[in-house]
Design a protein around this ligand. Structure first.
Ligand code: C6P
Length: 416
């Protein structure tokens, strides 16, 4: 299964430019992906032809806008094999989706002494909301470790889950190590303890086929901007029974049924969780991103990224003084490849490779617990998507050779 990157690249206007006199090589896709022309056009078309508020007016534009917004909900549900579109709540991003669950389900169900189990791999978006919840409710956080290859320690995780566990939360794919966690196995562990299981799918839904029924999770969160869609749109998926039972997150227009002086009743799900005027235009354009990925096929996307990652791991391991952090088996990892180079700070690496036109990310990647576990303050990270080609990895390697010349390294290592 291969994809035609040459044709795909034609669909992404931003890729056709030079940076510092070199062709742009965009390898910062875990931060955000680029947008195809169809998504940009959908956004412009919406504003030029259909712009209106939704779920309120009954004039033609309002009906058109409402239909398009709700149509995206249906398409997104289909994309992750959710049983009903009503299980899809539009938020601003993965971060807001996770905060929503912590504030609503968490505040109702988590009590003094209860335990929340997560891992040291998590992004801050899947740590801080639970820390805030634990502080509000007097609960305890327990963190599962990773091993030296960058895999979650499953036995340790199993031992951390006890009858006191109210909630287990885990990232599906790591934005730093690339590791893909065995979500359905963890779902079984969580459910055996009667705990809710929340999945941060920010780095999986964009890159591999995700089927919420097969995963067996209760809640799934991801962002449109990491999957060729616009910024400002996140998704929270949960079973509709769970959403029905949860208290609202934000109060205001459109999330109510009846408002009286003494109190209000709520609209049906998912509207109960979409207070105020939502990000209509970007939700509408998100639909074009889902269509785009479906037209390629998520199996093909995954295969393409596996091939690129294997190539990158192979090429990077030839660079003297470079340490790759994370699994080397592409069957169990995604396309975020983190590395450090002896003596060169990741920010210096990023700055030097940028002069070659190559965009990578440097820093802690919002994963300070993991950085501490790895024993590094920061890493450099290359991350791939549908439009990347092996020649771009060659450009990265060439740029890194330049870094090596500047800093003069010795010795190649491979570790977490
Ligand atoms: N990671 C990265 O460069 P938002 O910002 O809410 O759309 O996504 C947050 C988030 C949550 N979980 C994981 C696993 C993530 O990777 C991210 C975003 C970006 O790694 C920006 S820090």
């Amino acid at each position: 299964m291969s994809i035609d990157t040459r044709a795909i690249r034609q669909d992404f206007p931003i890729l056709h430019q030079e940076v510092h006199g070199r062709p742009l090589v965009y390898l910062d896709n875990a931060a955000t992906t680029q947008k195809p022309r169809s998504v940009i056009d959908a956004l412009v078309r919406y504003y030029e032809q259909d712009n209106s508020n939704i779920h309120r007016g009954i004039h033609t534009l309002a009906v058109r806008a409402t239909e398009q917004y709700e149509d995206t909900r249906t398409r997104v549900a289909r994309f992750i094999n959710a049983p009903a579109p009503e299980g899809i709540v539009f938020t601003r991003n993965t971060t807001e989706s996770l905060n929503l669950i912590a504030r609503t389900w968490g505040d109702t169900h988590v009590n003094e002494g209860d335990e929340i189990v997560l891992s040291v791999m998590e992004h801050h978006s899947n740590i801080v909301p639970w820390q805030l919840l634990a502080r509000r409710r007097g609960a305890v956080l327990k963190y599962a470790d990773v091993d030296d290859q960058g895999y979650l320690k499953l036995d340790e995780l199993r031992s951390l889950i006890t009858p006191k566990t109210k909630l287990v939360t885990m990232m599906h794919a790591s934005n730093v190590l690339g590791t893909i966690n065995p979500i359905s196995e963890i779902a079984e562990m969580a459910h055996a303890a009667g705990a809710l299981f929340v999945v941060d799918a920010a780095q999986s839904v964009p890159h591999l086929p995700v089927d919420v029924e097969a995963l067996g999770c209760d809640v799934l969160a991801f962002s449109a901007h990491k999957m060729a869609g616009p910024t400002g749109v996140g998704v929270l998926w949960a079973d509709t029974d769970l959403l029905e039972e949860m208290q609202p997150f934000l109060g205001g227009g459109e999330m109510i049924s009846v408002v009286r002086e003494e109190g209000s009743t709520w609209a049906d799900v998912p509207h109960k969780f979409e207070a105020g005027t939502p990000n209509i235009a970007d939700v509408v354009a998100f639909s074009a991103a889902v269509d785009y990925l479906e037209s390629i096929g998520m199996e093909a996307v995954r295969e393409h990224e596996k091939a690129l990652t294997a190539y990158a791991l192979d090429r990077l391991s030839t660079i003297e003084g470079l340490t790759i952090h994370g699994p080397t088996d592409v069957e169990h990892r995604g396309g975020a490849v983190s590395f450090t180079m002896a003596e060169a700070h990741p920010h210096d690496i990023s700055t030097i490779v940028d002069t070659h036109g190559v965009a990578i990310r440097a820093g802690h990647h919002c994963a300070q617990l993991l950085m501490r576990r790895l024993g590094v303050p920061a890493t450099s990270r290359a991350s791939f998507y549908i439009y990347n080609e092996t020649s771009e990895i060659d450009a990265l390697v060439e740029a890194l050779e330049d870094v090596r010349r500047v800093f003069g390294h010795a010795g190649t290592r491979s570790a977490v």
